[in-house]
Design a binder for this molecule. Sequence first.
Ligand code: PLP
Length: 404
Amino acid sequence: FSSVGGIPRFIERAKGAYVYDIEGKQYTDYIASWGPMILGHAPEVVRQALQEAIVKGSSFGAPTLAETELAKLIVSILPGVQKIRMLNSGTEALMTALRLARGVTGRDKIVKFEGCYHGHSDSFLLKAGSGPLTLGMASSKGVPKDVIKHTLVASYNNRASVEAIFGEHSSSIAAIVLEPICGNMGVIAAENAFLDCVFDCAKKAGALVIFDEVMTGFRVALGGAAQLFKRKPDIYCLGKIIGGGLPAAAIGASSSLMQALAPEGPVYQAGTLSGNPLAVAAGLATLKFLQQNAQQVYQKLERIGARVESSLLASLKKHAIPAVVNRVGSMFTVFFTNLPSVNTYNDVRSIDTKRYARFFHAMLKRGHALPPSAYEACFLSLAHSDEDIKRSMLAFDESLAEIS
Ligand code: PLP
């Protein structure tokens, strides 16, 4: 809450589209635990899977059939993925993907983009989105200069900046890492020509392309942004939805890349609770539901997303508030700005965060929880009913009137 002011609400419980604070107040939730809760809170399929799993024990430190089933499911969904390695958090997934890329290429440098957030490991804490952007931390204390000197930062949706970096450092770049739809400086989708440039530069340089789909995986489509944009990254990083609300993450790639990971290969990785049976049960239940109902799921999310977007635009126009609404499926952000569009980190840096803070509180007061930062994505879930959306849109309209 440091950027919006006030006191964070402590949450006691959540069900469907709602969270309830410790004073019993209900909020229609657009945070979704920062993305994982695509089925809504405490969905029946996940509760049942967890109840069945917990009685069998909560951690074995050994392989399970459920873990293999989850891996097979993901392999069947993501093109180019032949093996996955389970991890505990998005941060670990990115950290591992990076080590793998460095290990197989024998190179140290990586290219990342301003405004993209890849968790909190050392190599990524430079011009990162999400928390660091909200807190105005271009870089973090405690990160050794000798580590971060290998991180080259390019501008999102800016081909020239990618070409310039590859022009200078081509032979020492292990990987280029990006959120194909950035959700951590607000929602900004990668433009097609920009993605072409990323893949072309990487290919020419012999560098790997890592898609950070921690947020977009299983959300913008069953196969994530890669499916939506018909792209095949070398390494996928997955998190959030893959754990169905419990801590789980993964990286996925071709067998030839994955076999470089220990114990088969020389790139070390391990984790006491990786593939934890509870997290796997929740993730598997969620992914099975999404796969079995894919058409209805993503159609519904697109339908309610489009409805939110058009209502927001109508209210913004009605109250003469300059703003841009960016949306991909069930992820959206309202940027309060005079700019005609928001496609880059520089665009984002110029938004009116004070106005967002007023908007945020106007919504919260009316029982609708948006992210407490102007630089984050709002998320819709399958639990949001038409009636929920209608009520929230009314609140949007009243809140915009209040801040106009
Ligand atoms: N990558 C992206 C795109 C994210 O949005 C996040 C978290 O928000 C992460 C990585 C880090 O994931 P975690 O918070 O699970 O470490």
